[in-house]
Design a protein around this ligand. Structure first.
Ligand SMILES: Nc1ncnc2c1ncn2[C@@H]1O[C@H](COP(=O)(O)OP(=O)(O)OP(=O)(O)O)[C@@H](O)[C@H]1O
Ligand SMILES: Nc1ncnc2c1ncn2[C@@H]1O[C@H](COP(=O)(O)OP(=O)(O)OP(=O)(O)O)[C@@H](O)[C@H]1O
Ligand SMILES: [Mg+2]
Ligand SMILES: [Mg+2]
Lengths: 263, 263
């Protein structure tokens, strides 16, 4: 069965996009068929994967608001034959208001994704993974992702504010379970771990204590090569494959692949 | 005239909260009377200023949704006699939905703040600065800040994605001018500048080229002391006053104080 990850955390700048694109590349690099859905109007995941996403271009907005089929917005990602992405443009920021009075507005992505995944399966081209990149809020876009998803992947930055909002996110996931029984927070990834600071170690320890086995053994180090990669329209996996950042995303991908969906 | 800054940028983790609290402390440290309004349901500014903000406690939610007077939610900040703050709790995340059908919902903060500032002025205790910390989105909370504010301060992280969303923010500010004539983006602050990387220099150069004089000469360096301070419930101004981070916020505060509101 296709594993559908929602990469979410309402705290800003914790590495959601960086995690979604680099994990996707690492998984695709070892042959898995992977789809990234960009659900952030800023379109950072689209940028990192080298996909055009200027205002007005076809994107996930057309799926959510106009109900168009997801298949029409799936683009191949350069350098990775089994990696595809659905871009987001700034038009998506209007979706929340435009869907305000629509019935079942939080299930729009789920319906489109389920149809698409079934079609692909029938055609013998089943996707192994879907990764949905969320904006830094718990509004309608993130709700759509949580209703469509099967597993939640929470990146936690090894900084002080990082743990403050996680409890709220877990509560929201519990609420969404009424609409989506199978949803579960299966994976937590520590990001921007800086081995030189006590703060990083403290946050990592607190996270492992309170979140237990969901926290991956691999922590992603803070690394300039990771933050440089998007300026070249690449993921760090191709920009600097031997760097500590790339290796840690490979490790994390391997850990995720070896665990099955139930923790 | 009280200077009312809206600290906004929909990109997450760029240093909005860090800038709001450390600038406020730097300004208050030299005698100015300063108010910080936390408008982010995560309540990171409240944490950094050492103000209790657990769910259900009195906070800015009561002002926005129940129309209570702001004066009832202004708390003194430890270690700074002329620094005050209005906390935010997680209850604030319900405000957007609860105000959905209320008339003039984007002007709720403005009304409360104008009443409060007038009262303070009449009592001979005029505030010199107000800094409103926004969440990483352009929803109703940030709209309330933009309608209430007079100047916009945009922190820009010296990382690749940083410039992608700034154009959108400027467009929103233009739209809000219909409701708030005096609103202007007067100040841009470069944050987390890492002198060792080409990327930082590139982003800083691009920002100065496209945003001109609004960009402060001072850039805040990436510094562990800044990110450690909130774990001690302090700003870096008291946690490590001689550190490069504290000194750069002092510099930035001086630059802002010397420029008057019109750029
Ligand atoms: N391990 C890392 N080392 C160094 N920089 C990193 C790392 N991970 C992410 N970054 C950088 O930190 C910034 C924030 O990361 P990113 O944009 O992925 O976070 P996000 O959670 O998606 O942000 P938002 O909340 O705005 O969606 C980016 O500039 C990114 O390049
Ligand atoms: N100059 C700096 N050097 C090092 N770390 C910093 C600096 N400025 C901010 N930080 C850290 O980076 C993280 C993001 O900063 P902060 O929370 O202030 O950003 P924000 O824009 O308010 O985030 P959000 O979008 O979630 O509101 C925090 O952990 C903070 O401590
Ligand atoms: Mg992102
Ligand atoms: Mg903040």
């Amino acid at each position: 069965q296709t594993r559908v990850f929602v990469v979410a955390n309402q705290k800003g700048g914790v590495g959601k996009t960086t995690t979604a694109v680099n994990l996707a590349a690492a998984l695709a690099g070892s042959g898995a068929r992977v789809l990234v859905v960009d659900l952030d109007p800023q379109g950072n995941a689209s940028t990192a994967l080298g996909i055009e996403h200027s205002e007005g271009l076809p994107n996930v907005y057309d799926v959510l608001v106009d109900g168009e089929p997801l298949a029409d917005f799936v683009y191949p990602v350069p350098r990775f034959p089994t990696l595809f992405a659905v871009p987001a443009t700034i038009d998506l920021s209007g979706a929340e208001l435009e869907l305000a009075s629509v019935v079942a507005r939080e299930a729009r992505l789920k319906r489109a994704l389920d149809v698409f995944l079934n079609e692909q399966e029938t055609a013998g081209e089943r996707f192994d993974y879907v990764l949905i990149d969320c904006p830094p809020s718990l509004g309608l876009l993130t709700m759509n992702a949580l209703v469509a998803g099967r597993e939640v992947l929470v990146p936690i930055q090894c900084e002080y504010y990082a743990l403050e909002g996680v409890e709220t996110l877990f509560r929201i996931v519990d609420l969404v379970r009424e609409l989506n029984r199978s949803l579960e927070v299966t994976t937590v990834l520590l990001t921007m771990y800086d081995a030189r600071t006590r703060l990083s170690a403290q946050v990592a320890e607190n996270a492992r204590e309170s979140l237990g086995r969901t926290v991956l053994r691999t922590a992603v180090p803070r690394s300039v090569r990771i933050s440089e990669a998007p300026s070249f329209g690449q993921t760090v996996m191709t920009w600097d494959p031997g760097s500590p950042g790339a290796l840690s995303y490979l490790e994390a991908a391997r850990e995720i692949a070896l665990r099955d969906a139930t923790v």
